[in-house]
Design a protein around this ligand. Sequence first.
Ligand code: SME
Length: 151
Amino acid sequence: MTRLDSDRLVRALQGAYNQGKRRKDLLQLTATRMRAAGSPYTGVYLYMLHDYDLLLEAFDGRATEHTKIPVGKGICGRAVAERRDINAADVAAEPDYLACSVETRSELVVLIRRGEEILGQIDIDSDVVNGFDESESKAVKEVADALAALL
Ligand code: SME
């Protein structure tokens, strides 16, 4: 069992879309609902790609000073540069890690992709080491894929 009920969140996103909600609300709904799943979801950040920068468009959890991250910088920027999801099981082992909180121990970045295009990413901080196993990551990916279709 995953902590995140991705089917339920995808249905909520589709419902919100059908009620006329768009980008900002859908990103905020994602952040809020995902973090509500509890540990390992300590902070959820929706960074969207604008040319060569990731801009923070919605979040739930601790505020971060990293509201604009260039492609290639930090774990978030590296995920875009390398066009892949990154599961950093121990952020202390990542030389390019940009700290948002000293409490953070692990981080999962899942890209929001529409075909070949990278729209942005779901970035999740956890206060536990190795917070996200394969099934939890898959649940986040299902939400990212749903967002890609609705944004
Ligand atoms: N840790 C990220 C920066 C984003 S904050 O954690 C919300 C990184 O290394 O890119």
